[in-house]
Write a protein that binds this ligand. Sequence first.
Ligand code: HEM
Length: 376
Amino acid sequence: MRSLYLRLPILLLLVWLGLALLVSSAHAAVPNNRAEPAYAEEQTILQAEKDDRAPEPGLASAHSGRVHVDRHYLGQYGANEGIVLVQRGGNTWRVWRNGPIATAAGTILVLVLLAIFAFYRVVGPARTDAPDTGRRIQRFTVWDRAVHWATAISFLALAITGLIILFGKKVLLPLFGHDVFAFLAYVSKYVHNFVGPLFIVCSVVMFFTYLHRNFVKRIDWQWVKQGGGLVTHKHVPAGFFNAGEKAWFWLGVTLLGIVMSVTGLVLDFVNFGQTRYIMQIADTLHLVGATFYIAAAMGHIFIGTWGTPGAYEAMRHGTVDESWARAHHAVWYEEVQQGLPPGSLDDRLPPPGEPPGGGPAGGPAGGPGPRPRPAH
Ligand code: HEM
């Protein structure tokens, strides 16, 4: 029954996509199959502008749409763009999107991947120094895990399909040819458009489910000052979540979640009168947000799996070994021992020289485990 509950997110996703198939507008298609793309006309117009009093520098230049973007911004066309045949600001967007933005996004993602790999080889994983005790502590409820996996799976679906939309033409088309790429691009766009709103719902539920364990406390500052002991392998005492996890919650899940949701909705629902100018800005912000969100998610996935042995089991099965809890979240471990809710002891800074958590940092790593403290 429990494992069925945990498979619910995947089931829901499949049902959602199945239902989406029934929506006719989901099937993006050229309304008139014999319609010619406006590309040639656009080139002609841009060429003609070279003779104008305010010449445009040409199709390949990001500046070619500058004048037009300004005019567009001033509302040249009014609320309805129905009469616009060629929007030259689109050229500025295309040149930037296919050029510097795609290059920067790709470079950042590859560099982050390499940095994680190098970190793993040089520094290695954050292990607990004491052997497992065999005694398990409940860390995440079934609800916590279902919400986490629903958000994570929809995020992965968006990240993979988004990257195919962005880089597919450059990377997949030369590799697999037109037939395979056309299929992948179609499926990606379709999945992305429908999983987007689902991801927003998951993110909102995730925010409220995890909020109370992510309030920033004084103890988090100690963790930041010591760099979380990431490089030194020191187990810096932390509450239920450490400052790094809280940063992921506030800057990733919350801030980037809002950026991706708002810009994604502007791109997804084109029938609310937003002009193409607004959509070009939204797409650019969406791309910048996606780059940072995917980069941060790679770090999160690494730390939650190979980087911290035992962490994945917590999210998979809900429990951790006592020794793991003592090493990585000493203050939370003490709260569990005393039957206190998470966060109760976070702000009780210890006497100088003694880390929060009652004992030497990391419990078994540095000596005896945490001392019981009187509950407040
Ligand atoms: C947080 C996870 C998300 C990531 C990593 C992501 C990533 C991306 C990427 C990389 C692109 C390609 C942009 C381009 O090629 O110019 C894209 C496009 C798009 N995204 Fe997202 N996105 C996310 C969330 C969302 C959400 C929540 C929505 C909607 C509610 C959404 C809707 C769209 C739409 C409509 C497009 C344009 C697709 C097209 O070209 O037709 N995205 N996304």
